[in-house]
Design a protein around this ligand. Structure first.
Ligand SMILES: Nc1ncnc2c1ncn2[C@@H]1O[C@H](COP(=O)(O)OP(=O)(O)OP(=O)(O)O)[C@@H](O)[C@H]1O
Length: 238
């Protein structure tokens, strides 16, 4: 069953067409990958789905009930939560205070305990976020997003800038919450990370949906290799 349907979405910024007639769906309970070269429109789609940007044309439907475009406040209410390419936490507050702001650190809150454990944040709860290593900040910002208890998590390059062991941890965290029923739309340039997590992958090139299939189908498709993967082989290798 589709959790999210995107119908003929087009996004123009002045003379630039960032997305052109995109129709696709994300099945409930899946990790759906979204790949493509820089400027392909991936973040623009996430901005539209999270209500940050209103599309020029097209519509979308969530959970069989909610019809969009929707504003950001409604997206969160429906259970659509996103992360950003840049880490967004309150740097002057402790990790615990950040989590409280996201309403996840109430005493005895099983959801909060699970988040802290799954994201290995137990040892840093009383440290000021601005003093934490980058990789821990990435996990904290993911905890803030997960604390909103999304049905659909939009992840914008969660592995960017992380060392290999942290990338492995990030993949484990995503798998953990996916195992609890979370649906994920995953934008990522690290192909090994994405292809190992996703069961379905959409490929955008210059604002258009070039191809959609399983990771294996994408990796073997000459058009996808030519348009993106051929250039991105360094990402597949590490
Ligand atoms: N607010 C904006 N105003 C004008 N142009 C924009 C705006 N947002 C995005 N664009 C343009 O839309 C196109 C798609 O950008 P987008 O950031 O969605 O690509 P992307 O696939 O996420 O790229 P990357 O992999 O580099 O993050 C680009 O040409 C970009 O410059």
């Amino acid at each position: 069953m589709s959790l999210l349907s995107i119908n003929a979405i087009t996004q123009r910024f002045g003379g630039i067409t960032a997305l052109s007639d995109i129709t696709m769906s994300v099945e409930e309970g899946t990790i759906h990958g979204l790949i493509g070269p820089n400027g392909a429109g991936k973040t623009t789609l996430i901005n539209i789905l999270s209500g940050l940007v209103k599309p020029s044309e097209g519509s979308m439907e969530f959970n069989g009930r909610q019809n969009g475009p929707w504003p950001m406040a409604s997206a969160v209410q429906y259970g659509i939560v996103r992360t950003f390419q840049q880490t967004r936490v309150f740097m002057g507050l402790t990790a615990r205070e950040n989590l409280r702001i996201a309403h996840v650190a109430g005493a005895g809150d099983a959801n909060a305990d699970d988040l802290i454990e799954a994201l290995a944040l137990g040892d840093v709860l009383d440290r000021v976020a601005g003093e934490l290593p980058y990789a821990v900040l990435r996990r904290l910002s993911l905890a803030l997003a997960l604390g909103l208890r999304p049905k659909l998590l939009l992840l914008d390059e969660p592995a960017v800038g992380l060392a290999p062991d942290e990338i492995t941890k990030m993949a484990e965290v995503i798998r953990h919450f996916h195992g609890q029923g979370l649906t994920v739309l995953l934008v990522e340039h690290n192909m090994r990370f994405l292809m190992e997590l996703a069961s379905r992958v959409s490929v955008f090139v210059q604002g258009r949906l070039l191809f959609e299939g399983t990771p294996a189908e994408c990796q073997n498709n000459p058009t996808v290799i030519d348009a993106y993967l051929g250039r991105g082989l360094k990402h597949v290798e590490h």
